[in-house]
Design a protein around this ligand. Structure first.
Ligand code: IPM
Ligand code: MG
Length: 370
């Protein structure tokens, strides 16, 4: 049996609480002999800053490089509001993305019928929603240089961020998105701002070229990103896969996540280039929800997004698709029985703690594997 090496980076806030449920699950899987995982745990974000004055240490980066997949909890919180910019908790996540070359960020937004009433939009607009946002993750304004604040000496300062994209960066993210569309409803919507931005002009041109050359069978549409945001709340079910740049993807994926009414349910995957020899790719899996400092430490966080992120890792990086299916089935069964973490609590359901939710999912797995 293959031994898979996982690096767990629980991070801050509710990160460690939800990661503990993945650890419980990994322990159970190892114990049952269903798969074999070796795990290491590292510090990231504020937790890493407190220990080492850096948002992620070189030692942790080395562990990440050597692992088959990284599982990431969440980073940040008011406690670190005044740490130096380069050591702020988010810098740890950005370094992981950049150094591991995780250019493709997959953010599914799925609205489960049982949870449709938790959305801020009307049930009929979101029920059954199943879209995938593919966000470019290692380029654009997040990493472009120069990135500076200069004192102009006249009482004024000037801040510069640089939005920059090369052809190859747009091509490779477009391919990821087209490939996904082929496995889904065969429709891709590309979003940029070509009406004001040169990067938008190039983005539009390159996505069209990739479509013409390699993916003529997929339906391709273009929307300006602002109008796309509006369409996402007006009629989100028109979309299948959306591909967009780093900054627009950050914004649009938060909008899409909220449509589902259940931020605590949504996993995400960040993937690198496929290695031509080994067919493997670097990867990091994280829940879409953040560190939620307001509820941290109370044992009420919803562990489903973290567990679903683990399932995504099993399927995408570890060749354990069947186990992933079974875990997702167990989660659905627990929800069907009316057990709910606080964030998706509804009338008639039973509110349960983070740990109780994790135990209930394992109990269902136990039954499924009997
Ligand atoms: C996200 C987050 C990050 C981002 C932050 C924490 C740096 O908002 O993953 O969407 O802006 O990419
Ligand atoms: Mg974000």
């Amino acid at each position: 049996m293959t031994t898979y090496k996982l690096l767990l980076l629980p991070g801050d806030g509710i990160g460690p609480e939800v990661m503990a449920e993945v650890q419980r699950l990994i322990g159970w899987i190892n114990g049952q002999g269903l798969a074999r995982f070796e795990t290491e745990t590292g510090l990231v974000g504020g937790a890493s800053y407190d220990a080492d004055k850096t948002a992620v240490s070189d030692a942790t980066m080395a562990l990440a490089q050597a692992s088959d997949a990284v599982l990431f909890g969440a980073v940040g919180g008011p406690k670190w509001d005044s740490v130096p910019y380069d050591a702020r908790p988010e810098a740890g996540l950005l370094r992981l993305r950049k150094d591991l070359g995780l250019f493709a960020n997959l953010r599914p937004a799925i609205c489960y019928p049982a949870l449709a009433d938790s959305s801020s939009l009307r049930r009929e607009i979101v029920e059954g929603l199943d879209i995938m946002i593919v966000r470019e993750l290692t380029g654009g304004v997040y990493f472009g240089e120069p990135k500076t604040i200069t004192d102009l000496g006249n009482g004024q300062k000037r801040a510069i961020d640089t939005q920059v994209y090369d052809t190859y960066e747009i091509e490779r993210i477009a391919r990821v998105a087209f490939d996904l569309a082929r496995k889904r409803r065969n429709k891709l919507t590309s979003m940029e701002k070509r009406n004001v931005m040169k990067t938008g002009v190039l983005w539009h041109e390159v996505v069209n070229q990739v479509h013409q050359r390699e993916y003529k069978d997929v339906t391709l549409e273009h929307q300006l990103a602002d109008s796309g945001a509006m369409q996402l709340v007006r009629n989100p079910k028109q979309f299948d896969v959306i591909v967009t740049d780093n900054l627009f993807g950050d914004l649009l994926s938060d909008i899409a996540a909220m449509l589902t009414g259940s931020l605590g349910m949504l996993p995400s995957a960040s993937l690198g280039e496929v290695n031509a020899k080994t067919r493997a790719r670097k990867s990091l899996y994280e829940p879409v929800h953040g560190s939620a400092p307001d509820i941290a430490g109370r044992g009420v966080a919803n562990p489903i997004a973290m567990i679903a992120s683990f399932a995504m890792a099993l399927r995408n990086s570890l060749d354990l698709g069947e186990l992933a299916d079974t875990i997702e089935q167990a989660v659905a069964m627990v929800l069907a029985k009316g057990l709910r973490p606080g964030d998706i609590m509804s009338e008639g359901a039973t509110a349960v703690s983070t740990g109780r939710m994790g135990e209930a999912i394992i109990a269902e797995l136990q039954a499924l594997y009997r």
